[in-house]
Design a protein around this ligand. Sequence first.
Ligand SMILES: O=c1ccn([C@@H]2O[C@H](COP(=O)(O)O)[C@@H](O)[C@H]2O)c(=O)[nH]1
Length: 234
Amino acid sequence: MQKINDVRDRLIVALDVPTVWDAYRLVSTLGDGVTFYKIGYRLAFAGGLDLARQLVAEGKKVFLDLKLHDIGNTVTEGVESLTKLGVTFLTVHAYPQTMRGAVEGRGDAALKLLAVTALTSYDDGDLRDAGYGLAVRDLVRLRAEQARIAGIDGIVCSAAETEIVRDVIGKDMLIVTPGIRPSGSAAGDQKRTLTPAEAIRIGADHLVVGRPIVRAADPRAAAGAVMDEIVAAS
Ligand SMILES: O=c1ccn([C@@H]2O[C@H](COP(=O)(O)O)[C@@H](O)[C@H]2O)c(=O)[nH]1
């Protein structure tokens, strides 16, 4: 069982902002209440890797959401480079070759690899459009099983699939869930959403929240409200 010692680590705020300066301002606004940040494409391509190093040096945890996917050797070499950043989580797409390459590249480093099963903005129709013959739940189940076999540390899925995934991966792997929407907040492009309380109650380990906090009129209050829900449901 992966133990989360500090309940604050269960909330991961997605730093989906245009510049490193915006990111710093947000981190400073959120203060000690938020300990874990996700850096995705927007910021990674705008100085976000240096920011990741800096946040780690300041004692924050960082989830690098790069969703790597390439031939195995290239993934291995990319992951080897990323182990030097000191971040906690890195995502790869849950394709068997990709995951095996990532595990090889990670080697003995402390970095935890997360496999993205089916993006939370997808429903069964989107999967059909992309050429898949499986429903979301079946694809998530298959990929979670392949991730376990490949030696991956955790699964990214909608919290709605937590029970299916837990059944396949057992207690020793993590379940990290984007697509979290506090009640009343806009879903945006997310199609498979749950509230923070629902996600925690059903057994998700970490919740990723972006726009409901980042775009809130008062991000600190929004993050505080999500954290209160997490604590109450834990
Ligand atoms: O399946 C996935 C994988 C990653 N994400 C990322 O999480 C955040 C969610 O942001 P919101 O603003 O709360 O929707 C975003 O950075 C995505 O790239 C995901 O949503 N779904």
